[in-house]
Design a protein around this ligand. Structure first.
Ligand code: PRP
Length: 209
């Protein structure tokens, strides 16, 4: 059986749809349940329902053979896993944004030591370092757009999908750090020990992406 770590919510729903198109019937998962490990024997799959940021950790340690995770989260985690497939859904952008009243149009115009709130502290730090811009990164766990509103930070680094949250909180994009979609990742040992099962699943998914 192949185990797959995936977060509940949008990424899981789209992944289940993809699996069903690829003839892996996993409708057990659609049922409302509090179980965190769900076996789907007819598809030879086991689902491990984890928090999004933890998915690469389960896969790196081999607690799960495979994982489904956003590229943004994968880059931030910096884990030793193999990236197998771009699943082509869950599109979003990781951006630097500031309040519109700041009246600046590039990250170079940010004040020295500006505070930047983010759920992606490592990726944000790397981005500003690579541009030679000195900032103070303030790690948060969510609702990042609050940062500038309550005076916690001058800027934010966060994902945007429709752009609505930015607009409704008076923020404008200064720069795009990366574009992201959902990826299928694998544990490096499982890739060898379960080579055939993984190849079969990857081929089936490739056929419907
Ligand atoms: C994400 C992100 C933004 C929002 C962007 O938040 O952090 O807040 O979605 O979406 P939009 O561009 O379509 O408005 P999420 O819902 O994951 O919750 P969080 O803020 O607690 O991380």
């Amino acid at each position: 059986m192949l185990s797959i770590a995936v977060a509940k919510g949008r990424l899981l729903d789209s992944f289940l749809e993809l699996l069903s198109q690829a003839n892996y019937n996993c409708e057990e998962l659609a049922r409302e349940t509090r179980k965190l490990v769900i076996d789907v024997p007819q598809a030879n799959l086991q689902f491990i329902l984890a928090k999004p940021a933890d998915v690469p950790t389960y896969v790196e340690y081999g607690a799960a053979d495979l994982g489904v995770v956003g590229k943004d989260t994968l880059v931030e985690s910096d884990k030793e896993v193999a990236e197998l497939l771009d699943l082509n859904y869950g599109y979003c952008k990781l951006v630097v944004a500031v309040p519109s009243e700041l009246n600046i149009s590039s990250v170079q115009e940010l004040d020295f030591n500006s505070r930047v709130a983010s759920k992606y502290p490592h990726t944000a730090e790397q981005f500003f370092n690579s541009h030679g811009i000195q900032v103070e990164i303030i790690p948060l766990h969510g609702s990042i757009e609050l940062g500038p509103i309550v005076g916690l930070s001058e800027a934010i680094v966060d994902i945007t999908e429709t752009g609505r949250t930015l607009v409704e909180n008076g923020l404008v994009v200064l720069d795009t750090i990366m574009e992201s979609t959902a990826r299928l990742i694998a544990n490096r040992v499982s890739l060898k020990t379960k080579r055939e099962e993984i190849a079969e699943l990857v081929n089936a998914l490739e056929g419907v992406i």
